[in-house]
Ligand binder design. Sequence first.
Ligand code: ZN
Ligand code: ZN
Ligand code: FE
Length: 764
Amino acid sequence: MSEHVDDRVASRVRKRVRVEGIVQGVGYRPFVHALAARSGLAGLVGNDARGVFLEVEGEPADVDRFVLALEREAPPLAAVERVSTEDVPPLGEDTFVIVHSAPGGRRDTLISPDTATCADCLAEMADPADRRFGYPFLNCTNCGPRFTIVRDVPYDRPNTTMAGFAMCAACAAEYADPSDRRFHAQPVCCPACGPSLSLLDAGQHPIAGEPVAATVALLRAGKVVAVKGLGGYHLAALAGDESAVAALRRRKHREDKPFAVMVADVAAARTLCATDAAEEALLVSSRRPAVLLRRRLGAPVAASVAPGNHHLGVMLPYTPLHHLLARELGEPFVLTSGNVSDEPIAYRDADAGERLSPIADAFLVHDRPIHIRTDDSVTRAFRGREMLIRRSRGYVPQPLTLPAPAPRPILGCGAELKNTFCLARGRHAFVSHHIGDLENYETLRSFMDGIAHFSRLFDIAPEVVAHDLHPEYLSTKYAVELDDVELIGVQHHHAHIASCLADNAQRGPVIGVAFDGLGYGTDGSLWGGEVLVCDYVRFERAAHLAAVPMPGGVRAITEPWRMAAAYLDAAGLAPEEHEVARRNHERWADVLAVARSGVQAPPTSSAGRLFDAVSALLGVRDRVNYEGQAAVELEQHADPGEQGVYPVTVDDGQPLRIRGTDLIRGVVDDHRRGVPLEVVAARFHNSLAATAGDVCAAVRDRTGIGTVALSGGVWQNRRLLGATVDLLEARGFAVLVHRQVPTNDGGISLGQVAVAAARAGGGG
Ligand code: ZN
Ligand code: ZN
Ligand code: FE
């Protein structure tokens, strides 16, 4: 070695660097390459099973700046979780190279969620001179399908559903060029080599013409078209066409549950709904969830789109195909999951052709297979921050960070309705996409397949399995049949509050207010109006709504008038004298007898059932067509300006008992005196919020805990949530609400994992 080289090496440093997080398939290596070139640094970069490894050599200040930039300037889709460095001897190299990926090793690589088409791709699609002009499957390193096409890791084309499409020479050149936007973009393709569209009639025979234009013509003619998307099939219909939307409802057997609407851009969303900055940021985010927005009076949307609801789920296009459709159609269209009633969304072509043929007049399909069924995510903003309602496409499988690492690999099996599962290792908690209601074979199948898929992708073989206490949940049955694992049962509402803690990276202890539908209690009764003092390891039931019978058991869930009967009776309010009794007179006496007998009438402290009772008492809903409908519609009626409150007694004891019957008495008195529905509905919400505040204050007096966590499906109610947060904050509480996982049962699996991690490790 010459003197000259020795001198140069002497002043240099070389670092070996490891970058972990979502760093593969997101243009990370070309970014590193360009960064090194710009800084005049030498070294190498490559992918392996744990993420990106690199070595960098140069002057110390340059190397330090480079290492900082690895996180700060990372490409848009990357999520850098950790950068670790180690000094190694300098080699005197001059160049920076991208080296081949090293196989093997444990799989710590993360997979990016599916990501909405980027601005660069949209510009190409709109450019008549571009070879991808009008091509509905273009994508690049910064956008496109990911999670829904991955069959296995490492994330390379042969392990995706693009394996069957051989790249043409032009695409292969882009794929191999580190300076190209498509360098190592696994789904890269073009009209010459990639997937293509076709339009089929209900009998699966081709329809002539350009597929997008022909689809638009069908939609304009009031037809329902099944559209193959990213994570499954959608059903589309013109949102402004009442007869088209009504036909879609009829054929789908979906009476009232709101449909989501797709519009071309934010400007179009503003014509339908009132939006604020936070909501618009969610609309345009590359995750592209459906965002719940307040509908404008007179918005040009058919009544059948979201009956009885002042809100509308609005989505912007997230695939090139959606962009083409939205632009060509030029008006809002319903885009709802392709299924019948509560079945899982169809995602395989043959199955979709069969199941959706009674619903769809035509099928807009393509030949890129969908590997895993993934529904649209649903979100909203609460006080300027995101509050997810359904976490699925666009968010999954990005992991959440556990407040304390899992000592062993853990599976949380979730609940029954709105099921998700969660696999965890170390600090990573992989909450699954929305699986759905585990009440039919096909959903159970996708639950089990999903667990197997996640286990493989993230190399997690669970040793600890957390489950709900309800013995009849299919997720519980799945757990207890597993061999060679440690089982940890987690009470439903403890899981809710633990989920909210983990969601906020807190450890507790906390006062948890779990207002919910139903969850199995430790005493075998059905809980759901609970105030728990808890951390991850243990909980104490500090207060709850006084239990009332649920006449007819699960039938009371779909028939809220039964809860009105039970509550009127419990309140001693001569049940037969009320309108709700007259409306339901054929069954009233029987149901009342059932409630009094206690047979087929399990006691429940559920806050959701209290909402049901009030909704029926006020004539809003006697029967529901989807979970929570009675409460959702009651909330819509509540007068925003009304401040009145009914007095509610909380009985001393351990636990404290909240007299729900006092709320019923207030509602009935007002209703009889002719106080308008809007005022009574508002007072009921106000009173429940005030009671929650009083109880939390009493629990704080006893325990000294000043933080409250709100979790459970009832907190999807904006009116109740807003009023409760206001009251608690006014009393000096720190209040935790959900952000990244749903407050409904979709968040349960994360809470189960957090509890199991603490218990399995013996920590708190
Ligand atoms: Zn792109
Ligand atoms: Zn090509
Ligand atoms: Fe729940």
